[in-house]
Design a binder for this molecule. Structure first.
Ligand code: FAD
Length: 368
């Protein structure tokens, strides 16, 4: 019997397994399909630097996570020889119309208050910083911001690295095995039911991404997590056209080192339907071509969609399940799950081990 059974093998579940195993606990991850193939595979991998935002606990988690990514990048590479693609390429933030200028300036102020560099650029400086935007509408953007510490990682590489690192630390990964129910006795989860029978455990943590509400309901716990679909198109122009991440509102271009450009993303209420749509893809292509007209000749390499786990108030659920001594939740990270994954793993590992976490987790209470 393992000390901890984690339900869900996405970036949250695998990061937590990696951290707990590093602290000497025996861990098993139940994943109903292939580990790391849902939202955590589909995401863009943008890691924005620390900002002064509300609540302060979220700002602290983001700060901690942003720093840990640089550390984990080296650790994972050392442990299993896989590069997760972590690079500090810097990010640009553009307003597409004057109504968006106050938002961009407020974002700059939030970064500056926390000591993160965020520089307002004029059109000439913008094109010097990112020559790939020449000829597109960016030179007419009413506001532009340069954030040199914005980083990125490559989700499929990161998931592969995490999986290998978990195995190197002795985590038992059980793919294609779904958690279907719980055996609760005397205030403790004794076992988790699967199609292959009951698995006894010392503790359980729900990290089921967009599916967490349904899993938690079987424990009698009411979580409010819903799927929010995001579509992405991958373009291959055959040569590098861009160097920086370019963010405009909720959409972005993420250039990869070899030249591919990831164009994201939509935000749709489509239930658990994770297909791409003509409207979603055409909207993303139009956005990309307006910004970088040279992308018109790029090959469309792939498109996909993923389901972000969104909570009702936008904050993740991190903590213990009330009235049970050994059940926990780490879910609902919405648009920031990749960014928040290492800090989530560290604070949840402490809670599960009975050590007070370094961040006040009150805003993320499971029974809020
Ligand atoms: C298009 C898109 C772009 C994004 N871009 C970014 C970004 O740039 N930066 C960022 O920080 N975040 C980004 N995100 C958000 C981020 O991807 C998510 O917040 C994060 O992946 C959530 O991780 P998770 O482990 O909670 O969920 P998931 O990756 O969905 O993992 C949950 C896992 O639980 C499994 N599961 C479900 N039910 C059961 C069960 N009953 N038994 C066993 N297993 C079960 C699922 O199969 C799944 O593998 C993006 C998301 C999308 C979709």
């Amino acid at each position: 019997m393992e000390d901890v059974l984690i339900i869900g093998g996405g970036v949250i579940g695998l990061s937590l397994a990696y951290e707990l195993a590093g602290e000497g606990l025996s861990v098993r991850v139940l994943e109903r399909a292939e580990p790391g193939r849902e939202a955590s595979w589909a995401g863009a991998g943008i890691l924005p630097p620390p900002a002064s935002i509300e609540p302060p606990s979220l700002a602290r988690l983001m700060d901690m996570s942003w720093r840990l990514h640089a550390v984990w990048h080296e650790q994972l590479r050392g442990l299993c020889g896989i590069d997760n693609g972590y690079r500090r390429t810097g990010g640009l933030y553009l307003a597409s119309e004057s109504a968006e200028v106050p938002d961009v300036l407020a974002q700059a102020a939030a970064w500056q208050r926390s000591g993160t560099a965020a520089e307002v650029l004029d059109p000439a400086e913008l094109l010097r910083k990112e020559p790939g935007l020449q000829g597109g509408w960016a030179s007419q953007a009413p506001a532009a911001l340069w954030v040199p510490d914005e980083a990125q990682l490559r989700n499929p590489w990161h998931m592969k690295a995490l999986r290998a690192a978990c195995q190197a630390r002795g985590v038992l990964l059980s793919p294609w095995l779904a958690a279907e129910g719980f055996l609760v006795r005397r205030g403790r989860v004794q076992g988790v039911d699967t199609p292959a029978g009951r698995i006894n455990t010392g503790a359980v943590c729900i990290a089921g991404g967009a599916w967490s509400q349904g899993i938690a309901a079987r424990l009698g716990l009411e979580l409010r997590v819903r799927p929010v679909r995001g579509q992405i198109v991958l373009l291959d122009p055959g040569q590098p056209l861009l160097r920086r991440i370019v963010n405009v509102g909720r959409r972005y271009l993420v250039p990869r080192a070899e030249g591919r450009v990831l164009v994201g993303s939509t935000e749709e209420e489509a239930g658990f339907d994770n297909r791409t749509t003509a409207a979603g893809i055409s909207g993303l292509l139009e956005f990309a071509l307006r910004l970088v007209p040279q992308l018109a000749q790029a090959r469309v390499e792939a498109s996909w969609a993923g389901l972000r786990p969104a909570s009702a108030d936008g904050l993740p659920y991190l903590g213990a399940v009330p009235e049970l001594q050994n059940a926990y939740v780490a879910a609902g990270h919405h648009r920031n799950g990749l960014l928040l994954s290492p800090a989530t793993a560290v604070v949840m590992s402490r809670i599960i081990r009975g050590v007070p976490p370094e961040v006040d987790l009150t805003p993320f209470r499971v029974d809020r």
